[in-house]
Design a protein around this ligand. Structure first.
Ligand SMILES: [Zn+2]
Length: 115
């Protein structure tokens, strides 16, 4: 089973591939040592209500830290670089942090979105 490294979050993903030769031709035509492919969480189109993991702080002042988890409350995609408003809520219902992130600063978390 081939694997590829995500350029955004660095996660290694394994792929179930039928035709290995074709897959390598398509995704790694230069035969680099490591195939580079965005993982599902960094590639997926996000929607409001999705739970995401923070990969990097949106700005210096933000209280959000890498590894934090929040929910998308709004998406601004009528501009060239879409941004995502994310809110993290404490178990007591108080807001832990909010932030406006670019797509490459957050990752969709499959395990956290199973309802
Ligand atoms: Zn990724």
């Amino acid at each position: 089973m081939p694997y590829a490294k995500c350029p955004t979050c660095g996660q290694i993903s394994h792929y179930a591939v039928k035709n290995l030769e074709q897959w390598h031709k398509k995704h790694n035509p230069d035969f680099k040592e490591t195939t580079v492919l965005p993982c599902f969480g960094c590639w997926k189109e996000l929607k409001e209500g999705d739970i995401v993991c923070v990969l990097s702080k949106p700005n210096e002042k933000s209280l959000a830290e890498a590894g934090g988890v929040g929910t998308i409350t709004a998406i601004h995609n009528n501009v060239k670089t879409p941004s995502y408003e994310v809110k993290s809520v404490l178990p007591n219902g108080k807001i832990k942090w909010t932030g406006v992130f670019k797509r490459n600063q957050i990752r969709y978390e499959i395990a956290l979105n199973k309802k």
